[in-house]
Structure formats: C-alpha cells, structure tokens
Design a protein around this ligand. Structure first.
Ligand SMILES: Cc1ncc(COP(=O)(O)O)c(C=O)c1O
Length: 406
C-alpha cells in the first residue's frame, strides 16, 4: 500500500522545519482544542485504580453505555421516534480504535472477497485502502459540483456483488453536507436494493449551515426488518482526541454488533481499557457544541478569505476542510502543493490524495490512477490557527496568480 500523499506533505514540512524554516500548517485535520480536563482526569483515575486489564471485544460496558447515551442525546428526535434509550441502543454498539478501525471492521464484516463496494469518487483515502485489504472491489460514484453524491451514479453501479455504499456527510475533503432529501433517497435506495449503507459520521458534530439529517436517523424511522445503516462515529474530531484512537459503530441489530466485535479481536486484540474509561467521561459530559461554535467562526473566515482572494471551489457546509481549485495554475495538485510548501512554506494536502483509484497491479505492486475531479484541488484545513489561515490563503493566492500569469 503506498503511503498517502498526506503523510508525504507532513514529512516534507517537518524536514523544512527541522532545517529552521517556518511552515504554516493547513494540512492535517487536527482539531485546534485542548483535550477536556474531564477526559484526562478520567484517564488518571483509571490508571490509578488499576483498570488496565483486557477489554471485551466490543468494549467495556462503561464505554458502550456512554456511546449509547451520547448517540441518543445527539439525535433525540430519531431516538424517541424509534423508541431507543441508551439501554436499548447499547447492545447495537461496538467500540473501535477510532473511526478508521471501525470502518475496516465494517467493510470486512459486510463484504466477502470478490464483492464490491461503492465509494465517493473524491473521498477520504482510507476507504479504498481498506477495501483493498479486505479483497473487495472499489467502484466510484460521481459527485455533483458541490461534491454531494449523485444518486443515479450509485444506483446504476449496484449489481449482484454490491454489498454496500459509503457516504460521508460532512465530507472530508470537501465539507459537503447532504441535504435531508438526498439522505432520504440514499436510504430508500439502500433498502430497495438490499445493500448496506455505511454512514461515516466522523464530522457529524460540525455542521455550520442548513438542515442536517443522517442516514442513521432515517434507518431508525424504518421498520426493523428494513434497517441497513451502519453508522460509524469517531471521537477524534468531536472530542479533540485523535491520538486516543476511539470510536464506535451503531449497528441495525445486536447480532451484527456481535459479529463486528468478533472482528475486533483479530484486528486489534482489544481496545485500551483506561482510554475507554476516560472517553466515557467525554461522551457523557463534554458537549462538542462549543467547539463547533469556534470552528464555525473559522469556517466563516475561510469562506470570506476565499471570496476576497478569488479562490474558488465547492462551498463546505461543515467539517474542517475546504477544497480550493488550483487548475488555473496548470499544475497537478501534488506539484502545486509541493511548490506551495517549498516556495511559500504553506502545507496543504493535494487533492490527488483523495482520488487514488486502483487500476490493477504493475511490476512494483498496486497501481493507482488519480481521478481528475480530485486533482483540480488542494485541501486546506480551516480549523487551523486564524493567523496561519489568513497568511496561508494569501500565499496560496499569490502562487496561484503567479502561475496563472506565467
Ligand atoms: C472521513 C473520515 N472518516 C473517518 C476518519 C477516522 O478518524 P479516526 O480513525 O481518527 O477516528 C477520518 C479521520 O480523519 C475521516 O476524515
């Protein structure tokens, strides 16, 4: 598996920094907040009281209970309509080492080798890599100009070997949020064609405009025998804790949760017990809403800067990222990102990182083709420090102007 271009940019940026250069980081999507004191105190308590044993495959009850409480509190209307409280939801939940490992378990759990899965053509790169690891064929569905899924592109690619499609709203890398009607239609499609709908909700606590609906809520409104949504949550962004590696999946039924827990064992042994106890405190008592307000200000600032500097690209409505169209530079996204880093000391992620589509094997292993729709852009993280954001946008616009004029 090739190392993602995201990490290549991070490596080069650290090299420049180690040589004394100053780099503005608009690359990695790290939340700009300190970990809540509740979570660190929870960790200290767990260690002090010797809670360092193995955890059951699905996670310890305290963590699963807190995840259930949080999910019911986050989607109160859907939960009430479906008759879920934390107690009845808990058996449907399985813990994971971040959203990443949850997605690996989900993909391997619902697909067999030789099956196929439908992914957004511009998407977080791990989906493709995980499908490859699971021996599952990736097919790519088209997105509209605002980077939202095109229903007919999903519909037309479903065949007898299709087991699932993934949606990600708000999206990484575009920040696109699917309107409620689209979510309903996607859910109807999954029910009708009897495929799983994997709802990657890594950024669900960061929506800044418009109505927001998740496929999970649609699923809860459906009869039990039609439920088909596996909702994957990450604690990394919501709780500013990417290094604690925690997440969880809400399954349509308890049996599927047991099956996924069975996969946790070979995939990672088990979750760390003290970290689950710590994060349980976060899930129960640390509401991400305040952090979302801060990010909303940065989102507004990023939109304003982009408009003032004439930087185009799809409008994000949530998440932590904005795509900027650099096609006028005449460069591919990786070349542009490398020049921006070397000449202007600004680190962004080339769009190519989100459009690596496998096209078989060559003499040096797997071969990938970069999707054109992704290669037109670079991704900036607007959660970054506001001064870095303003300077970074200025320098990016300067390089783009310079290349455009050349
Ligand atoms: C779209 C998306 N899904 C899932 C994840 C998983 O995050 P983690 O494994 O840190 O929970 C990320 C992280 O960047 C992401 O961007």
């Amino acid at each position: 598996m090739p190392i993602s271009p995201i990490w290549e940019i991070v490596r080069l940026a650290s090299q420049i920094q180690s040589e004394g250069g100053d780099v503005l980081h608009l690359d990695i999507g790290a939340p700009p907040f300190r970990l809540s004191g509740l979570i660190s105190a929870g960790l200290e308590d767990a260690l002090r009281s010797g809670r360092t044993g193995y955890s059951p495959p699905a996670g310890i009850p305290e963590y699963l209970h807190a995840a259930a409480e949080r999910t019911v509190a986050r989607f109160p209307d859907g939960a009430t309509r479906a008759g879920f409280d934390a107690r009845s939801l808990q058996p449907r939940i399985v813990g994971s080492q971040g959203g990443t490992q949850a997605l690996m378990a989900v993909i391997s759990g619902v697909c067999d080798p030789g099956d196929n899965i439908l992914l957004p053509e511009v998407a977080w790169p791990n989906y493709v890599e995980q499908a490859l690891l699971a021996g599952v064929e990736s097919r790519f569905y088209k997105l509209d100009e605002q980077m939202r899924p095109l229903l007919h592109s999903i519909e037309s690619q479903i065949d007898a070997r299709t087991r699932a499609f993934i949606i990600n709203s708000p999206s990484n890398p575009s920040g696109a949020v699917c309107p409620p009607q689209l979510i309903r239609s996607l859910h109807e499609l999954a029910v009708e064609r009897q495929v799983w709908l994997i709802d990657d909700l890594a950024y669900c606590d960061f929506v800044y405009e418009g109505d927001y609906l998740t496929a999970l809520e649609c699923d809860w409104a459906a009869p039990e025998n039609e439920r088909c949504v596996l909702a994957v949550f990450s604690c990394s962004k919501s709780y500013s804790a990417p290094g604690l590696r925690l997440g969880y999946t809400v399954c349509p039924d308890p049996q599927l949760a047991c099956d996924l827990a069975g996969l946790n064992d070979p995939l990672m042994g088990c979750l760390t017990t003290p970290l689950q106890l710590a994060m349980a405190q976060g899930l129960l008592y640390d509401d991400p809403a305040q952090r979302s307000e801060v990010l909303k200000e940065r989102w507004l600032e990023a939109l304003d800067l982009a408009a003032r500097l004439g930087l185009s690209g799809p409008r994000p409505s949530g998440g932590m990222f904005k795509l900027i169209d650099i096609s006028a530079s005449g460069l591919r996204s990786t070349q542009f990102a490398l020049r921006l880093l070397r000449e202007e000391h600004v680190a962004v992620v080339p769009g190519a990182a989100f459009g690596m589509h496998p096209v078989g094997h060559g003499p040096r292993g797997l071969r990938f083709e970069v999707c054109r729709e992704a290669d037109r852009f670079v991704r900036v993280c607007f959660a970054s420090d506001p001064q870095a954001l303003a300077q970074g946008f200025l320098r990016l616009a300067r390089l783009l102007d310079c290349l455009r004029a050349a």
